[in-house]
Write a protein that binds this ligand. Structure first.
Ligand code: ZN
Length: 320
């Protein structure tokens, strides 16, 4: 069952009905918003004998043999590729080619490439070749949160679909599946920042709510810290392996401050409305824009180079 992404679901449903789903698609959008989930649901729909439209199929749980097997990650004709140490090597593309050369009793071969922006240059070359060879019943799903850095050669060979963050209402709808109190639902809907994957994590482990809350407090306080304390904070974040969450929350927090500066009150963290308004008075618009840009730069920097993560974080925090 899929939450949100209704527009894409309707497009896919039409394609599937007309039996012309593209052989290679790129799902582009932030992490943990359900791109992989969508690929798996399409795989289920195609591999099993499903008569209803994909729109209908996507709004319920199917427990047929095929769907259950996909759900347990045990379906033999889905090959999923993941990065290792920040990169997808050519070896992984060889695995794909091997898979495609084998015969199978199932109607489709599904290849899912997670974090497609981490394909090495060699792997990209090999993948392009594979994409060029016509293979009737193979579907490639490339997933990425960094659309901008994928090479044009790849982009020109796939059909691109954008996935957006879910609305708070859609997240709350998703949270109906968990037994949570109303205040818990509200908190999770805000902290998950439109990402059902994150919302699920928090719904299963409530400590995560506290964790995000305290991380946000850390971010809010950095402005008041001395240089030495800022360096200490950077070290703490790195040591606890919180860098990704830290950067993601920081991004939304400073965006909220900029919104407040511009008189927009559609905040990501609306339960902190008063703090946001007060805090925004400590920054100029220019400063806030600069910080947001630096956060983005740090994210990309950490993705591409083996640069000392601590150094990058320290650098960032000293600029706030
Ligand atoms: Zn099914």
């Amino acid at each position: 069952m899929i939450f949100g992404h209704q527009k894409n679901i309707r497009i896919f449903s039409q394609y599937l009905k007309e039996k012309r789903f593209p052989h290679a698609v790129l799902f582009s959008g932030p992490e943990r918003i359900g791109k992989r989930k969508m690929a798996l649901e399409i795989a289920k729909y195609l591999e099993g004998n499903h008569q209803e439209s994909f729109v209908e199929f996507s709004q319920k749980e199917c427990s047929c043999r095929i769907c259950s097997s996909v759900e347990r990650d045990q379906f033999p004709d889905i090959l999923e590729i993941k990065e290792e140490q920040g990169q997808i090597s050519i070896q992984k593309i060889r695995e794909i080619r091997k898979k495609l050369s084998l015969s199978s009793p199932y109607p489709f071969k599904i290849i899912i490439i997670n974090k497609a922006h981490t394909l090495s240059e060699e792997a990209t070359g090999a993948l392009l070749k594979t994409l060029e060879e016509p293979r009737g019943n193979t579907i490639f799903f490339l997933l990425t949160s960094m659309f901008n850095i994928l090479p044009q050669t790849i982009l020109s060979r796939v059909e691109i679909f954008r996935f957006s963050l879910l609305s708070k209402e859609e997240i709350k709808d998703f949270l109906k599946n968990f037994s949570l109190s109303e205040p818990e639902k509200e908190k999770i809907a805000e902290f998950s920042l439109g990402k059902p994957g994150l919302a699920k994590e928090m719904a299963i482990d409530r400590n995560k709510i506290l964790y995000y809350n305290s991380l946000l407090e850390t971010i809010r306080n950095i402005k008041r810290l001395s240089i030495f304390e800022r360096l200490q904070t950077a070290e703490e974040v790195k040591r606890r392996n919180e860098t990704d969450d830290f950067l993601s929350l920081s991004n939304f927090w400073f965006r909220d401050l900029l919104f407040a500066k511009n008189g927009i009150s559609q905040f990501s963290f609306s339960f902190k409305k008063e703090e946001i308004k007060k805090e925004s008075e400590n920054f100029s618009k220019k400063k806030l824009k600069g910080i947001i840009k630096e956060i983005q730069k740090t994210k990309i920097y950490l993705l591409f180079s083996n640069v000392n993560q601590l150094l990058a974080l320290e650098n960032l925090l000293l600029k706030w």
